[in-house]
Design a protein around this ligand. Structure first.
Ligand code: HMG
Length: 414
């Protein structure tokens, strides 16, 4: 496939409040080092009643359209990846289409598969364009979620919320996908799920980490086989196949997970390519390759927490913000994982206009303009009923849920 398709631009929306993990640790009687160093998370975004999945998704979509001066008539597909939708039947994408004024003649749908739903939507959009069926139109893919495990649970420090909206087109200024190379790995497992009617996920935490790592190994090996066949990476070179990627972004439920993932990825190469290796030396090399290939992708994730479907793409946004100019023209790898489970390892080449594009997302402003809240305030917000009308108006350019009238969810725009 010769067509160039991928992510042209992206935009991010976050709740206006953030909780610092060291504050949470003290309130729970836990050593703050466990959350900050042990899990690698500094802050987590806390959504209030007005900042539901629709409001976050629509705010990100509006930012994407305005910052990149996109003519809505050029959009032929809107897909939202989410596992925290607001209705059993009407998709989040349908609300977004109306709120941001997208045209009538387009495909509009949600995709659900835990944190993997956004990647399924992204690949459907990219392959729709690559097939030629899109007829020159572009797609908007939004990953929007609110990650809730509940107060005083083991998952509590791994919550978060936010939305990442991406313009997918045949002008992939940010990242041009290596179409046809993706490796997948999925299985029917109960590592994390959310039975109907529950706001909080049920999770088998340590087992979920094992499922993630096993899926990564399977998806990466499949991608690597295809990449070797196309001579995009080579065995027998001085660098391992995974080291031939300039950077890597992993799904980030908490930042330490990226470190575990990176270690496992390297282990696949070491086992398959070298066979025997020196453990002590590998520990040092894994640490230095983590700093070189992965650390940039964690800058935003460490300040937002888990965004479920959006976490990988928040990682990509952080990577672009920190190093797009240096990565221009280079190949990077991405790993998406959704509990249940489904996963995909894919790659792409960073565009020469990536640095200019990512500046338009004003990520420092989006992350820096939030308000630090106390643990008492966080607990008050967590205890609010799901559909309680919000206490404050929407921010300029943003959307907020305002209540339910005759079973119809209402939103206002700032
Ligand atoms: P836990 O059992 O409370 O934590 O919960 P722990 O005892 O495993 O400690 C965590 C780390 O902190 C360990 O590091 C400790 O050593 C370290 P590791 O050994 O793993 O490298 N530690 C310290 N470090 C420094 N100073 C200290 C200290 N004490 C301990 N004093 C767990 C952790 C992640 C299990 C829990 O938070 C949880 O259940 N989270 C939710 C599940 C999750 O995030 N799973 C990730 C994989 S599944 C996935 O990614 C999909 C998902 O996004 C959902 C979807 O797809 O929709 C979750």
């Amino acid at each position: 496939m010769k067509t160039s398709v991928g992510i042209e631009a992206l935009a991010v929306a976050l709740p206006r409040r953030t909780l610092h993990l060291e504050d949470l640790a003290r309130a729970r009687g836990v050593d703050p080092a466990k959350y900050v160093a042990g899990l690698g998370v500094r802050e987590m975004a806390v959504a209030d009643a007005g900042e539901d999945t629709v409001a976050l998704a629509a705010t990100a979509a509006r930012r994407l359209l305005e910052a990149n001066q996109i003519d809505p008539a050029t959009i032929g597909l809107l897909a939202v990846g989410t596992e925290t939708g607001v209705d059993h039947s009407k998709p989040v994408a349908s609300f977004v289409q109306g709120l941001v004024g997208l045209p009538r003649h387009m495909r509009v749908f949600d995709v659900q598969h835990a944190c993997y739903g956004g990647t399924a939507a992204l690949m459907a959009a990219a392959e729709w364009i690559a097939s030629g069926v899109a007829g020159g139109k572009s797609a908007i893919v939004i990953c929007s979620d609110i990650a809730r495990y509940g107060v005083k649970t083991a998952g509590e420090p791994t919550q978060g919320a936010g939305a990442v909206a991406m313009l997918v087109s045949a002008h992939p200024d940010l990242l041009s996908f290596d179409l046809g190379l993706n490796g997948t790995s999925s299985a029917h497992v109960f590592d994390f799920w959310r039975p109907l009617g529950r706001r909080e996920a049920v999770v088998d935490g340590h087992y979920s980490i094992d499922c993630y790592l096993e899926a990564l190994a399977g998806a990466y090996r499949e991608w690597r086989g295809k990449a070797e066949a196309r001579e995009l990476v080579r065995r027998g070179a001085s660098a391992l196949p995974s080291e031939q990627l300039a950077a890597l972004a992993y799904h980030v439920p908490f930042c330490k997970m990226a470190k575990k993932a990176h270690g496992r990825l390297r282990r696949c190469d070491l086992d398959d390519v070298l066979g025997a290796f020196d453990e002590g030396r590998e520990e040092r090399e894994a640490a230095s390759s983590f700093e070189r290939q992965v650390a940039h992708s964690l800058t935003l994730c460490a300040r937002v927490g888990n965004v479920y479907t959006g976490s990988l793409y928040l990682g990509l946004a952080g990577m672009m913000q920190e190093g797009a100019a240096a990565l221009a023209g280079k190949r990077i790898g991405l790993f998406s994982y959704g509990s249940g489970c489904a996963s995909e390892f894919f790659s792409g080449v960073v565009g020469t206009a990536a640095a200019a594009r990512i500046q338009r997302a004003k990520l420092n402003e989006v992350v820096g303009s939030r308000e630090r809240i106390t643990v008492d305030e966080y607990e008050r917000l967590m205890a609010l009923a799901a559909d309680r009308p919000p206490e404050i108006p929407p921010p300029p350019g943003g959307f907020r849920f305002t209540g339910i009238h005759e079973h119809r969810r209402q939103y206002s725009a700032g």
